[in-house]
Design a protein around this ligand. Structure first.
Ligand code: AHR
Length: 308
């Protein structure tokens, strides 16, 4: 159940524009850029005044932005939490100011569910399981060992934690799969390339699978592997996440074997939800995005209609 707060409780005047404060993570990936475009254009289409800030992947910047939205008495605050922990104090402040909070894209690990009205975004754990299940099927007739190197996303972020946990849940009962190395590339292309260069030097031909938590890091890893004389997609299986145009182009070129979809197009759903909250309507506490999996052989087909 949703308590009426802020503008809803005060009776938001019909002709007054809703003001939404949105604290974005940063601009670390193609996914994030598409997400920002989606939020900005959906706000415009919905006639919502958007106050937007970019935290450059730093939690302290996001906290500052949220505090400034509280001070400005916006109608609703939405944000995509860079990491899972440490949000209670600032969300308590928003609650005391009667400003409803919507989480988008990434979840927090706070115990008190009343600190946010709803969370709109992907099920990252299920995405990780999808990557793991694809690997199981791909290697079903192979006795192994199958050595996996993992390029993790931002340390402490929900997608990094859950995509790792989802993979482990699936492969834990099959001893032929082994994660031999795991390191963060912070969801960036440069980060993915740098970590993969080190992995290629240390493990070389022992590597069977690169499990990259997003397309940007997978694209960086592909560059590193090619420079090291390895053949991504052929002698090294590449599993990636997001299914951006760049990721699917690499899949169509035979360099990413499977791309697990994660949609950044959350803007329209966010604006609908904000309007409902301001109108005092009930909204579900969790809104999960519909997503699928794109193996290499379907990438070329879906590319022409890909929106991000
Ligand atoms: O939170 C979603 C993740 O963040 C995307 O998978 C990644 O590309 C982005 O930076």
């Amino acid at each position: 159940a949703v308590t009426l707060v802020g503008a809803a409780a005060a009776g938001h005047a019909e002709d007054k524009k809703i003001v939404l404060g949105f604290a974005q993570v940063g601009a670390e990936s193609a996914w994030r850029t598409a997400n920002t475009v989606s939020v900005k254009s959906a706000a415009k289409d919905a006639g919502i005044t958007l106050k937007f800030s970019d935290a450059q992947q730093k939690q302290e910047n996001q906290i500052k932005a949220i505090r400034s939205y509280i001070a400005q008495k916006v109608d609703v605050i939405a944000f995509s939490p860079v990491v899972e922990s440490g949000w209670e104090p600032v969300l308590e402040e928003a609650k005391r100011a009667h400003i409803p909070v919507v989480l988008t894209d990434r979840m927090i690990d706070a115990k008190d569910p009343s600190l946010y009205v709803t969370m709109i975004g992907s099920d990252f754990l299920e995405e990780g399981r999808r990557g793991g299940r694809w690997l199981e099927e791909h290697y079903k007739d192979d006795k192994g060992p199958i050595n996996i190197v993992e390029l993790q996303g931002t340390v402490g972020s929900a997608p990094a934690n859950d995509r790792h946990a989802g993979l482990m849940e699936i492969i834990k009962n099959d001893p032929k799969f082994k994660v031999i190395a795991s390191q963060s590339g912070d969801f960036t292309l440069a980060g993915g390339k740098q970590v993969m260069e080190a992995f290629a030097k240390t493990y070389g031909k022992q590597i069977n699978v690169v499990y990259a938590h997003n397309d940007d890091m997978a694209l960086g890893a592909i560059q590193a592997m090619e420079e090291a004389g390895m053949k991504p997609g052929k002698d090294v299986t590449v599993v990636s996440f997001d299914a951006t145009k760049g990721g699917l182009q690499a899949a169509a070129a035979g360099k990413i074997n499977v791309d697990v979809e994660c949609s950044p197009l959350l803007g329209p759903q966010l604006m609908d939800t904000v309007k409902k909250i301001v109108a005092g309507e009930q909204v579900p506490h969790r809104i999960v995005t519909n997503e699928t999996v794109f193996p290499m052989n379907v990438a070329a087909q879906v590319l022409p209609t890909r929106k991000y």
